[in-house]
Design a protein around this ligand. Sequence first.
Ligand SMILES: [Zn+2]
Length: 351
Amino acid sequence: MLDLTQDVRDLTAAIVDIESVSGGEKALADEVERALAALPHLKVTRSGETVVARTELGRSERVLIAGHLDTVPVAGNLPSRVEGDLLYGCGTTDMKAGVAVALKLAATLPAPNRDVTYVFYDCEEVEAERNGLGRVAREHADWLAADFAVLMEPTDGVIEGGCQGTLRAEVMVTGKRAHSARSWFGVNAIHGIEPVLARLNAYEPRRPVVDGLEYHEGLNAVGVRGGVAGNVIPDLCVVSVNYRFAPDLSIKEAEQHVREVFDGFAVNIVDAAPAARPGLTHPVAAALTAAVGGEPRAKLGWTDVARFSALGVPAVNYGPGDPNLAHQQGEYVSLQKIVESERAMLDWLSA
Ligand SMILES: [Zn+2]
């Protein structure tokens, strides 16, 4: 059984050595469930390969600490190995170091100052439909009820608040098909995208401050599709755009903005994921910031914190790993950072 009394650095290595590529988390989820179930101060439940453990002390506040158990495919980088201060191996930074910190908190804090819900979930590294946190949010939203959540994804020990939303749209430019030998009978849709590109080139992205953090939006073409044949004037050209929007906008507002930018063109919304507010104005978040130290910054990429936000739970990313090393074959984590992260979280929950 996973020994939760061992040092957080050794625990990280032990978890890394239990392979858990997305879809293959069962062995690790079993170990985590067994180890947590042995702790009398926790109530443990499970859905698929997602394990949830909670204290029920009747505290006035509840915080949620979450991490995914899965990793990207192994690339000849298991078992883990230590070199100086660095632990190498698949999933070290993303995000078994964070999972190990959460497990240590679960084991060593029988009476935290706030009730805590620990969530260890499956399938974060694959298509969104398979995401274990998403499944629990749909089927057991009550398990995720909390005043504030910390997702222990790698942030290099900095609190990263909320996340930007993302929206993909297709801007449709239509023309009239004709033989290219008599092109004057047609209207060339590919030539017609010029004003679309001009608007994108002239676009000034907003940098709004939300709950004290500055975000940085972007609206960019990410694809162009057009053309019928080498002798045909095309009647359709589609410019795919991606809008990364700050958490002061809802999906609806983001959609409206994109339609305004491309006024006069037909716009298809392909998909969208909501942004999440950083929630740093909440006192419980301020206490975390104080325990961690340093300046929180805005999260620009989309992460699972948005799933908490959608449930009305403000959430931040905070974890010991370096995000730039995630998914790399040479992935590693600083052992010192794991210890610092454990200490900050312990301070936050026991002060
Ligand atoms: Zn991750």
